[in-house]
Design a protein around this ligand. Sequence first.
Ligand code: SAH
Length: 263
Amino acid sequence: MGTVWFVGAGPGDPDLITVKGRRLLETAGAVLYAGSLVDRAATLYAPADCAIRDSKNMTLEEMTAWLIDAAARCETVVRLQTGDPTLYGALTEMTRPLDAADVEWRVVPGVSSAMASAAAAGETLTLPELTQTVILTRVAGRTPMPQGEELEALAAHRTTLCIFLSITLLHEVQRALRAAGWPEDAPMLVVHKASWPGEEKVVRGTLADIKRKCQAEKVASQAMIIASPALGARHWPEIARSKLYDPAFTHRFRRAVTPIEES
Ligand code: SAH
């Protein structure tokens, strides 16, 4: 019996898979990949005699049956997923049948599209004294939101929000942020196909105009919505400094020039 590896392919650019993920693909006997977002990594790195299958038209039962069957024949089986497999990746739904069939499985993390989107825009998701928390969430589509996790409730924290799976519900995102008291001029960012060579689009706007701007740019799918008080900080006249690099701050690896108390 082989092992099924749930590998994060990263956000789209095949160079953003981890070294470990790539090595596993290079030795894989079978690869089941999740739709068009990750096919390039699969076809680039898997050996010529590897069984490669797109899971786009498969049910969960068909996918797990395919993986179990592949594990009976191959030492290394890869389930390739977009971004990181632990975010909106149906990981547990797939691993439970593997456990039931006594098939060994492991997870290799990947660069999530939330991180790739911030990188594409050159933005930081945390900034001292402004926001030190990132919420990864979505709005309710066919999957309902658990009680207390409605965007309106999460947005009340006024922290950074990375909103997955919601670009077609941008009006609902706007409604929730308004209801939580975000001002009309709050900066917002939408990144379409983050890291995809030649296809990435970064749309910047405000709570008031982000939907119109996305329509103008024809961004209607495969997009990350980011709302954060830290957006645009690189252009501000002044920001609070990170203590870690403050010359007056002593920590494990560096003595302060003029020591101050560690808080
Ligand atoms: N596990 C993935 C998320 C899968 S859910 C991850 O960690 O990124 C699919 C959603 O992820 C999409 O609706 C979109 O919101 C986001 N997404 C995936 N790839 C993206 C990309 N390259 N650019 C922007 N958003 C992306």
